[in-house]
Write a protein that binds this ligand. Structure first.
Ligand SMILES: [Zn+2]
Length: 115
């Protein structure tokens, strides 16, 4: 087992660079690196033994997000399962609503300047 000394360059996962980078040992505890400093972004953090932290996806949040998505577009599954004609109709509706949205600002504008 190698002995670590302050300033040694070791590999570790950098939380800011989000990858394994060269680090300097800045703190040694029980001949193990305790804290390291990324040589690329110079951020200090605990030595992680080159392990990436677990992804921060909260399953409860993900479930709530899916629930909200269902409420926003409850027909999403039906459209996906529908035939081509239904898909075309949906596209046509979307185009019409887009055109309506484009027309909407016009009444607000004052016509004096352009006429
Ligand atoms: Zn870094």
């Amino acid at each position: 087992m190698p002995e670590y000394r302050l300033g040694d360059v070791i590999d570790d996962f950098c939380v800011r660079c989000k990858r394994v980078m060269n680090h300097n040992v800045v703190s040694v505890l029980n001949s193990e690196p305790a804290k390291v400093r990324c040589r690329t972004c110079h951020s200090d953090h605990d030595y992680r033994h080159e392990q990436a932290p677990p992804p921060k996806v909260d399953p409860r949040k993900q479930a709530l997000f899916d629930e909200v998505l269902k409420k926003v577009n409850p027909d999403d599954a039906a459209v996906a399962a529908g035939d081509a004609a239904a898909g075309d109709a949906a596209v046509g509706d979307a185009a019409e609503s887009a055109a309506a949205a484009a027309d909407a600002p016009k009444p607000k504008a004052k016509g004096k300047d352009k006429r």
